[in-house]
Design a protein around this ligand. Structure first.
Ligand SMILES: O=C(O)CCC(=O)C(=O)O
Length: 265
């Protein structure tokens, strides 16, 4: 991946944004060429998968989703292993992390707003934060094409929006919209109250979600079960570790019945 002017160290400002607001925006992380490769791969996968797309996880009305992307293109290894992004994820989750899932979401024209939610319905526990999402914008996010809204600082409240708000789908008085050009990556403490907004334009907009969790929690999608053997054999030791492919605890946790989505049933 060609990268613009970023290092693997977080600046003091980025650290503060992550801990206080719950997000940090990495502008220009993806080159136009890399964005284009990801977009083409996603378009091909939708052609191949048709109505089954996203079925390994969940489908969502008004959207096209794809799941289990590590299995579906070598460029996705660059996404999940990106050092600049992992530095931010480690800052949120601490040193023991793994990939939880790699999905894509396309908000189609007319796609409705999501309720505010925390991913996995996760609440911070005595060991700290345990979910962190990264949003790879393959299209510009604008104020009317379904950009993500979030409530700054809500990751620190230890509460879920559905337990605290009368209507998590309603606008929140403190919400902020994440807008920016294609090529931007947003790292988000996934306990943060957030959700995609309605797409009121005639064009769709797509993002990839590389979602991470702490090693002592279940993956959203158990990578060892989902990745074909040939894909697993081709992975570096670092990526095998990130995917928790040789981790008996991860295999045990895969059987736990905790919810896997913050709002989809
Ligand atoms: O709009 C997006 O790409 C992210 C939406 C979101 O928060 C989710 O699907 O959980």
């Amino acid at each position: 991946m060609q990268r613009a002017n970023l290092t693997t160290d977080l600046s003091p400002d980025q650290s503060t944004q992550l801990s206080d607001l719950g997000i940090v925006i990495l502008s220009g992380l993806m080159s136009a060429a890399f964005c284009g490769r990801l977009r083409s791969r996603i378009a091909r996968l939708h052609e191949l998968e048709g109505e089954r797309a996203g079925a390994e996880f969940k489908q969502e009305p008004g959207c096209l989703r794809l799941a289990n992307l590590v299995a579906k293109g070598e460029e996705f290894a660059e996404v999940i292993g990106c050092p600049e992004v992992l530095a931010c994820v480690l800052k949120v989750l601490g040193p023991a992390i793994k990939l939880s899932s790699l999905n894509a979401r396309t908000a189609l024209p007319g796609c409705p707003s999501q309720p505010l939610h925390a991913d996995m319905g996760a609440v911070v526990d005595p060991q700290g934060y345990w979910v962190c999402n990264t949003v790879w914008m393959l299209d510009d996010f604008t104020s009317d094409n379904g950009a993500i809204r979030y409530v700054p600082g809500s990751h620190r409240w230890g509460q879920l929006p559905q337990d605290s708000l009368n209507d998590p789908s309603a606008p929140h008085r403190d919400e902020v919209l994440i807008t920016g050009p294609a090529g931007t990556v947003v790292v988000m403490n996934a306990h943060l109250w957030h959700g995609g907004t309605a797409n009121r334009t005639a064009a769709s907009r797509t993002a990839i979600h590389a979602f991470y969790c702490r090693s002592d929690k279940p993956q959203q999608q158990h990578q060892k079960t989902l990745l074909p053997a040939a894909v697993q054999r081709g992975l570096s030791p670092e990526l095998r570790a990130l995917l928790a492919l040789d981790d008996p605890l991860n295999d045990e946790l895969a059987h736990s019945k905790i919810r896997r989505s913050g709002f989809l049933v």
